[in-house]
Design a protein around this ligand. Structure first.
Ligand code: SF4
Ligand code: MG
Length: 322
């Protein structure tokens, strides 16, 4: 079942030289229990896409175009108050730094119980049982005792587990996880990734996983959307995209999968840098770096061909990709 559809989403910001589109014509979908990875270099628009879906674009930035639907219902035009309610109840969030999601002066239990009570309207004793249950599910040892401790009493990895419990305890349909493992020790990253996978399967929540790390995508995601210069250049099943990438940028990313723990902000295997939003070339934004560049590429922008589940935006790909 499709949980989220995004169609032709464009987010703009006023800039010194006129309006700048941070992301342009982004279209994607995510189904129940599915993990959609969003990958690309720093500044490609992955986090911006997540922020737009969750209603957290800071003014003067705004959605200039497009539609976002949660279970068929438009959510891109909700009032701030309605969006705030939706964010707790139907869309959860997991960010890179667990401390941004946790309140340092409240116990872990108080935070879970309050979220459960607010959104599921359970009496306190039941909410507490539920909270202990969630701590157990995310792998916190001795949850009956740990529930009354504070976030600073947890390690980074354990804290991120608590954040995952907090994001899921209101039983949302969708979770946006933005670089959820980037701040963690290498040894802990794999555990958190495995946990996300397990919980997506168990709860049926749809997950958008934002990461710069193709290795994380390979381990976690069912499908992947590759972003470049504010656009999605390729979407497909992870197995297809990893073994037979269709877009030259995806091929370049594949060639530069970092070893776990490395955090390259650029791609040594692809020369040059991604253009800044105000300096994107006409035609294909990847053309200056593309080894397969043709004459048409600098003239005409390649539109995505295919469907919301498998598409490629490149002049090399004439037909709908298999
Ligand atoms: Fe390369 Fe042209 Fe495809 Fe762009 S459209 S990725 S420049 S071949
Ligand atoms: Mg980001």
């Amino acid at each position: 079942m499709t949980i989220l559809t995004v169609e032709n989403l464009t987010v703009c910001f006023p800039g010194r030289r006129g309006t700048i589109n941070a992301i342009e014509d982004v279209s994607l979908s995510v189904s129940a229990g599915e993990i959609l990875g969003m990958v690309g270099e720093s500044g490609a628009g992955k986090s911006m896409t997540g922020a737009a879906i969750i209603g957290l674009i800071e003014p003067p930035g705004r959605i200039a175009k497009g539609e976002i639907r949660l279970e068929g219902e438009r959510i891109d035009n909700l009032r701030p108050e309605a969006m705030r309610r939706l964010r707790g109840r139907r869309i959860g969030a997991i960010f890179q730094d667990p401390l941004t999601s946790l309140n340092p002066v409240l116990t872990v239990g108080e935070q879970l119980i309050e979220t459960i009570q607010t959104h599921l309207r359970l009496p306190r004793s039941q909410a507490r049982e539920r909270a202990i249950d969630w701590l157990r599910r995310v792998g916190i040892p001795a949850p009956e005792a740990r529930i009354d401790t504070y976030p600073h009493q947890y390690s980074g990895g354990m804290r991120q587990r608590v954040v995952i419990a907090l994001a899921l305890c209101a039983e949302p349909q969708l979770v946006i996880a933005d670089e959820p493992t980037t701040a963690l020790d290498v040894s802990v990253q794999a555990q958190i990734i495995a946990l996300l996978r397990k919980l997506a399967r168990e709860t049926g929540v749809a997950v958008i996983l934002v990461t710069h790390d193709m290795g994380v995508i390979a381990e976690t995601a069912d499908r992947v959307a590759v972003m470049y210069a504010g656009r999605i250049v390729e979407i497909g099943e992870v197995a297809d995209v990893l073994t037979a990438p269709k877009h030259p940028y995806t091929s370049g990313l594949m060639a530069s999968i970092p070893r776990i723990g490395e955090r390259p902000e650029t791609l040594p295997q692809i020369e040059g840098a991604m253009p800044r939003p105000h300096a994107r070339p006409e035609g294909c934004a990847f053309a200056p770096r593309c080894p397969h560049r043709m004459e048409i590429c600098t003239r005409e922008r390649p539109e995505p061909r295919g469907t919301l589940t498998r598409s490629v935006a490149c002049h090399l790909t004439e037909e709908v990709p298999a």
